[in-house]
Design a protein around this ligand. Sequence first.
Ligand SMILES: Nc1nc2c(ncn2[C@@H]2O[C@H](COP(=O)(O)OP(=O)(O)O)[C@@H](O)[C@H]2O)c(=O)[nH]1
Ligand SMILES: [Mg+2]
Length: 387
Amino acid sequence: MNKIVVIMPTYNEAENIGRMIDELVGKEFPKIKGADMHLLIVNDLPSDGSSDDGTGDIVRKNMEKYKNLHILEDKKQGLGWAYIRGMKHAMSKLNADAVMEMDADFQHPPEFVEPMVKAYLDGADYVIGSRYIPGGSIPKEWAFSRRAISYFGNLFIRIVLLKPKIHDLTTGFRLTKVKGVLDKIDLDNLMEPQRFAFKVDLLYQSIKNAKKTVEVPLKFASRTKEKSKFDKKEMIATFKVAIILGIKDKQRFIKFGTVGFLGFLVNFLFLRFFRGLGLVEMLAWLFSTELAIINNYVLNNIWTFKEVKIGGIGKTIGKFLQFNLTSAGALVIQSFFGPLGVKLFGVKYDWLVLIFVIVFLVLPYNYLMYNLVIWKTWKLPWSKKKT
Ligand SMILES: Nc1nc2c(ncn2[C@@H]2O[C@H](COP(=O)(O)OP(=O)(O)O)[C@@H](O)[C@H]2O)c(=O)[nH]1
Ligand SMILES: [Mg+2]
């Protein structure tokens, strides 16, 4: 049976934690069929050594009653580290098949655990509790300004990370499959682990690793007791992480462009070189073009797409042949739209036509082919079905 560990960080949550344990472990978990549910509380103690409000004692008392309740306790290092410690413990000590991230303050109502687990059991390897899809909501009593900040902040991150299909990128309520998703993430090197902002990095990497990401509606509740620990500093850090990740994403495109430019130089210089050797024009073109293709394949493989580098002789040969085919596609595009453009705008503007064809047709085509066909870093919606 699938073992699912709900990781719940707490910092001075004595007012909430007892009732949360009863509602979640006592009432909700037994309703969930098909999964072995556990709750792991990661309680932080004040870093100055002073005593906390007794959250840990309440948990320990409940552990006598619930065998599927666990606790980790340490000095406060921030929310991210609490989750990282919890996730490592869940994977290595509790042998979890999946983990959930959940708050202790009832903002993630316990009854929403079941539909998320169901989505996982139905084949999703990353499940997002989403406030911004039909059936989900943010608290009615939130003031307009707070709604606007939440909505536009989220929209901003969606745009920066180029994730239009996912509607809630800042939610804290999520389920992650261990095998293939969480165990592929380098938890020790997440961005801003002392802050809430680490969640954006975690989400970004999880979506990348996951074959099937599903959003499940979440009715986000108001905080019941005490006040939120999320403030302006946290918000700025969150945007910062999103922007850095967004740029990292474009880094690949910048490398791709650089390699393409080098390929152009190789083509240009060797054309002259082979001509100089006395080769007939057609062969000079053929050889120099092929050298440019080799240049592009090798550099893109070891640099632009180094994270998904293709190795091994058999695979390299197969992929290289495929690469030649997609490159031939670019030539076809160029030799169709080039003459067409010249016909439309006159030979005087052939250079403009060339730039236009390369920038708006050849580059996007190549980038698409590399990501989709050669190095397969992008997934099509319909190829996501396999798990
Ligand atoms: N272990 C641990 N838990 C924390 C820390 N900061 C916040 N939490 C917990 O994380 C959850 C979310 O915190 P909360 O203040 O409600 O943030 P908000 O819901 O984003 O406003 C709650 O369960 C908190 O007790 C921390 O530094 N360490
Ligand atoms: Mg909260």
